[in-house]
Design a binder for this molecule. Structure first.
Ligand code: 13P
Ligand code: SF4
Length: 310
C-alpha cells in the first residue's frame, strides 16, 4: 500500500510538471481509476479531452478511445500507456470489410459505434455511442441504415426505432456477448429484489431481463433511480464495480455472471498499471497519431454525432 501511495504521488506530481491530464475508463483497474483526474465512459472522456486546459492527455483505456480523443483534440499530445490495449469489437471491422458492406447495401446511411478505429469512422456517415444510438438513427434523413460493428447494440437500436430499416453488421464484444439471461436469473434467484443494469453490448435475452440499459457512466448514475433498492446486478465488465462502490458505498453490486473477474473481464482494459502511467509521463509513451485525412473524416462523423440532440 505504501508503494502504491508513493507511485500515486509521483504520478500526480509528474502530471502537473508535464501539463498532463489523466483520463481513465470505468473498466480500468482500481489503482488507475484512483490516480486519474477523471473517470468516465468512452465518449465522455473524449469530449472532456477537448475541454480540459492541459496540453497532454494520458488516456487510460483502449486504443480506439485514445484515438477518438486525439481526433477531437488534434493539437493535444495524446498518450496511451500501453499500445497493446486494443478492443475485440473495434477489431471486428476493418476499412476493407466496411467498404464491402457499403457496396452490398447501397443507399444505406452508415452508423458506426464509437468502438471502432478512426479509419472505419472516417468511412461512416455518423458515429454513435451506447448512450445516443437510438437518437442518432432517428435523426438521419435516410430510411435505410447500416449499423456497425456491434450486432447487439444494432438490434437494440432497431427495436427502439422500428420506423427505420436497420441492417446490422455481425460484430460483437466477447466480454458482453458471453452473458446469457440464464446467468442473470441464477444470480437473481438468491436476491429476487435486485435491480438489473445492463450495457447494450449484451445480447437481446439479457437486455430483455434488464431494468435499465445504458452506457457505463449512465449505469453508475442509474442507481439513483432506485432509492429503495439495496442490490444491483451489473451486466457489464467488472471494473465498473469500483466506481459504483465508491459512489454508492451502502449498496451491493454483483457482476451478472456471478463471479467477479471470471468471464465479464476485458483483458485489454487491464493492460495499464501505475508503472506504465509513470513511464508514459516521463518518456512521452506512446503517442497516438492519426493520419490527417483519416482524422478529418473521423472528426466529421464524431462531430455530427455530438450535434444530435439526445
Ligand atoms: P462505454 O462507452 O459505455 O463506456 O462502453 C465502452 C466499452 O468498451 C463497452 O464495452
Ligand atoms: Fe472492447 Fe469489449 Fe473490451 Fe469494451 S469490453 S473495450 S468493447 S473488448
Amino acid at each position: 500500500a505504501a508503494e502504491v501511495a508513493g507511485l500515486e504521488a509521483e504520478i500526480r506530481a509528474l502530471a502537473k510538471e508535464k501539463d498532463a491530464v489523466i483520463l481513465a475508463h470505468n473498466y480500468q483497474v482500481p489503482e488507475v481509476q484512483n490516480v486519474a483526474d477523471h473517470v468516465g465512459d468512452s465518449l465522455q472522456l473524449a469530449i472532456l479531452g477537448q475541454k480540459v486546459p492541459q496540453s497532454t492527455i494520458v488516456f487510460c483505456g483502449v486504443h480506439f478511445m485514445a484515438e477518438s480523443a486525439k481526433v477531437l483534440a488534434p493539437d493535444k499530445r495524446v498518450l496511451l500507456p500501453n499500445l497493446s490495449a486494443g478492443c475485440s469489437l473495434a477489431d471486428s471491422i476493418t476499412a476493407e470489410s466496411l467498404e464491402d458492406w457499403k457496396a452490398r447495401y447501397p443507399g444505406h446511411a452508415v452508423v458506426t459505434y464509437v468502438n471502432s478505429t478512426a479509419e472505419v469512422k472516417a468511412l461512416s456517415d455518423i458515429c454513435c455511442t451506447s448512450a445516443n444510438a437510438a437518437s442518432v438513427v432517428r435523426s438521419l434523413p435516410q430510411q435505410k441504415i447500416l449499423f456497425t460493428p456491434d450486432r447487439n447494440l444494432g438490434r437494440w437500436v432497431a427495436a427502439k426505432v422500428p420506423e427505420k430499416e436497420v441492417v446490422v453488421y455481425d460484430g460483437c464484444c466477447p466480454v458482453h456477448d458471453v452473458l446469457r439471461s440464464a446467468n442473470v436469473e441464477k444470480v437473481r434467484a438468491s436476491r429476487p429484489e435486485a435491480v438489473v443494469i445492463a450495457h447494450p453490448e449484451c445480447r437481446a435475452d439479457v437486455i430483455d431481463v434488464a431494468d435499465v440499459v445504458c452506457s457505463t457512466t449512465a449505469m453508475i448514475s442509474a442507481v439513483e433511480k432506485f432509492p429503495s433498492a439495496r442490490t444491483f446486478i451489473v451486466a457489464t465488465e467488472h471494473g465498473i464495480v469500483h466506481q459504483m462502490k465508491k459512489r454508492w458505498p451502502d449498496r451491493e453490486f454483483i457482476v451478472a455472471d456471478g463471479c467477479i473477474g471470471c468471464r465479464m473481464h476485458c483483458p485489454y482494459m487491464k493492460m495499464i498499471d501505475l508503472l506504465m502511467i509513470r513511464d508514459a509521463l516521463v518518456r512521452g509513451k506512446h503517442e497516438v497519431r492519426v493520419e490527417p485525412d483519416v482524422a478529418a473524416g473521423a472528426r466529421r462523423a464524431l462531430e455530427r454525432m455530438i450535434a444530435v440532440p439526445r
